[in-house]
Design a protein around this ligand. Structure first.
Ligand code: DUC
Ligand code: ZN
Ligand code: ZN
Ligand code: ZN
Length: 483
């Protein structure tokens, strides 16, 4: 069965034009005037754009003694409701667990996904098994490896491990990702704050100042440079981190920064709210920042020094957040945003004149598909591309409310915010999953998207033995005057 989208204006990352789009067998099969299909979707007054790609989600993730509450079913339903048609989640091996074992676990979790998805693989420990299995992970179509520079004693890896893993990424043609915060300094600040009796959610932000992010971002960039690897910095939230990315780009390095919709639109005053639950629900890492950092992030999206907008969707219920009553370090870190990323970015980006509609498509979809290497299967309105399409109504409004959301949690960090710009239709591989807010998505419809390594990989791969071999001692002699 074919579907034609008629009377809309196609908006891609680089073009705006009026045309129909014909979809069949999950793909775009024709773009042109006067197309006919078995079924017609009217896009009068709407933009026809590539569906959003969220490059950063944590669905059903084991974290801080619990699991994030949106799984692949509710999380991808939320995604589709907001015009996002692909998510990239993180397979997270527990320390000592093999990568292939973790990949199997995430394969099992994702069987109920409503939209297409891919994975990044996390490097949470380092050893011969990890080194060897990275190759099989890349062969499976996972070309990105995530490293946590924070969460000391849990997920954090040290600089020697970062350097070794980045080198391995370079020889596999893979891209390393970093959560850039100095985990040692965060741990010190947390202990100090708790010792001073500062145990509320506002102390979470005090324990993670922008400098810890700026320092770690700069360090990761330098380590990646020494390892010969590109670098993708997740959740860039502050000017110091943005500055390090800008500098690297100006020096010709392939470094990308990913601000989150939360950091673009919410600020640190949220933690000053006297309601413990209100503040704790907004505890995430990095925390919300001062408004001057928001200006920096918006400027980065405008100028292109920052590449895309994500959510880091990692949703915990109020009950889960309360694990941290009396000790802010035990509040599960994370906020939701999958359903709201596109409408919030349109409202605060396009409606305000900060971004053009084409730039909106670039930072929510096309740039991400290119960086993660699934373009033009995803991120494009082109013949042959997957029919992941959002028919976007720029005049449609709503007030964000947890009472109407798809996410499984009991609140929304954007509660009460008015948005203008919402999907009229969302199509996932040609299937209409959303019609004016009504969900008709199909659990299990989502498929894994394999992503090839970037560029040509023609280097001989190293072995663990070579990597860990003792270095030969080379001395050029002793000073003439002796020692
Ligand atoms: N930050 C969060 O807030 N949650 C999940 C992991 C992360 O880095
Ligand atoms: Zn992170
Ligand atoms: Zn994350
Ligand atoms: Zn299906």
């Amino acid at each position: 069965m074919s579907t034609v989208i008629k009377n809309g204006t196609i908006v891609t990352a680089d073009l705006t034009y009026k045309s129909d789009v014909l979809v069949e067998g999950g793909k775009i099969v024709a773009i042109g005037e006067g197309l006919v299909g078995d079924k017609t979707l009217d896009a009068t007054g709407c933009y026809v754009m590539p569906g959003g790609i969220d490059p950063h989600t944590h669905l059903e993730m084991p974290f801080m003694g619990t699991y994030s509450s949106d799984d692949f079913e509710s999380g991808t339903r939320a995604a589709l409701a907001g015009g996002t048609t692909m998510v990239v989640d993180f397979a997270l091996p527990s320390p000592g667990q093999g990568l292939l074992d973790a990949m199997q676990m995430w394969d099992n979790k994702s069987t109920r996904a409503n939209c297409d998805y891919s994975f990044h693989m996390a490097i949470t420990w380092w050893g011969e098994q990890v080194f060897n299995e990275m190759e099989a992970v890349v062969k499976r179509g996972i070309n990105t490896f995530k490293h946590f520079m924070a969460y000391k004693g849990a997920l954090m890896v040290n600089d020697d491990e970062l350097y070794a893993s980045f080198q391995r990424c370079a020889e596999l043609g893979a891209t390393p990702l970093v959560h850039a915060e100095n985990g040692d300094v965060v741990a010190e600040l947390q202990a100090k704050l708790l010792a001073a009796g500062n145990n509320g959610p506002e102390a979470h932000a005090y324990s993670r100042p922008s400098q810890v992010e700026g320092e770690a971002t700069n360090r990761a960039i330098m380590i990646a440079d020494m390892a010969g690897a590109p670098l993708y910095v997740v959740h860039t939230s502050c000017e110091e981190a943005h500055e390090a990315i800008r500098r690297a780009k100006m020096a010709g390095k392939r470094v990308w920064g990913e601000p989150l919709i939360q950091h673009l639109t919410l600020d640190e005053s949220e933690y000053a709210n006297p309601d413990w639950d209100h503040a704790a629900r907004r505890v995430m890492s990095p925390p919300f920042r001062d408004k001057k950092h928001q200006d920096s992030l918006w400027a980065g999206l405008q100028s292109g020094t920052l590449s895309c907008v994500a959510t880091d969707h990692c949703a915990f219920t109020t009950e889960q957040k309360r694990f941290g009553v009396g000790d802010f370090t035990k509040i599960p870190n994370g906020t939701g945003g999958l359903e709201d990323r596109m409408p919030m970015l349109w409202t605060h980006g396009v409606e305000t004149g900060r971004l053009t509609p084409n730039e909106f498509v670039a930072v929510t979809s096309t740039n991400i598909a290119k960086i993660l290497n699934c373009y033009p299967k995803k991120g494009a309105i082109l013949v042959g591309a997957d029919a992941d399409i959002v028919v976007w109504d720029p005049a449609k409004t709503k007030t964000i409310s947890a009472s109407k959301q798809q996410s499984a949690i009991d609140y929304n960090v954007f509660e009460g915010k008015e948005v203008k710009g919402l999907p009229r239709y969302t199509l996932t591989r040609g299937q209409v999953a959303v019609t004016d807010g009504d969900m008709t998505c199909e659990s299990g419809h989502g498929a894994f998207v394999a992503r090839e390594p970037n560029g040509t990989v023609n280097k001989a791969l190293s072995t663990w033995k070579e990597l860990t071999a003792p270095r030969p001692v080379v001395r050029s002699g002793i000073p003439a005057s002796g020692v």
